[in-house]
Design a protein around this ligand. Sequence first.
Ligand code: AMP
Length: 278
Amino acid sequence: MKVVRTLDALRDVTTGWHKAGETIGVVPTMGALHIGHLSLVTAAKAGTDRVIVTIFVNPTQFNNASDLETYPRTEEDDLAKLDPLGVDVVYIPGVDQMYPDGFATNISVAGISGGLCGSKRPGHFDGVATIVTKLLLQTAADRGFFGNKDFQQLQVVKRLVRDLDIPTEIVGCPTVREDDGLALSSRNMRLSDGARKQAPHLYAAMMAAAKAMREGATVDAALGAARETILTAGFTEVEYLELRTEDGLHPMQELDVPARLLAAAWLDGVRLIDNIAV
Ligand code: AMP
């Protein structure tokens, strides 16, 4: 496994692979790797000849300086987790590699970037779209592997790849969960022991709401009850809890399939997000 920190060194490797007729898969991450990230690597290994994992904590997608500062950085551990999986290259560019002096371009995907995580995090998806575009072009990947965990992000990436004719197939992979249902996230490690025990109530409430809607409850009633459950469980705020169309993430007043239930909620000062198919 090779660690590469510059675009020139990365291009040397990828050009050789493509000349040899090998396909390239990329798994973009911000590090602090857990089993959810590693499941994307496994999917990439199965779907392409060569696998690149990128680790870059992208400053432009953070709205909050302290969130960026406290984001876990665990490079040594990350490399130790990737090594046994047969990853070919780990690309760890510096901020100056990605945003050199004079950088002035912004990729903004209209529509799908609004609402949900886009409402309270202005500019977040522009930051994501810009960095993902760069990473797909830099790695010259044939396939990019992304988690359903960040469902809105996955839709933003699918849209920009279509719109900009980027020749990378985007593959969405299932959310990996703890045994108690909590979706794995690098942010879970910030939860106190007590909050960690409360955290699975988010997923449980979403599952109960989905079941209720499938059995005929109105969307308003099911989501209202889920909101109550989440707050009673100790969450301090439900930022959003919404039923949307799976394709395009349009708001839905009545259940129709395929639909997606998406939520963001605060617990113990940590913002947790989750989503499920209904
Ligand atoms: P991040 O490092 O949080 O930016 O995430 C990098 C990639 O890992 C994104 O495509 C995420 O959707 C994906 N990911 C994060 N958590 C999970 C999870 N629990 N299951 C599957 N994929 C995940």
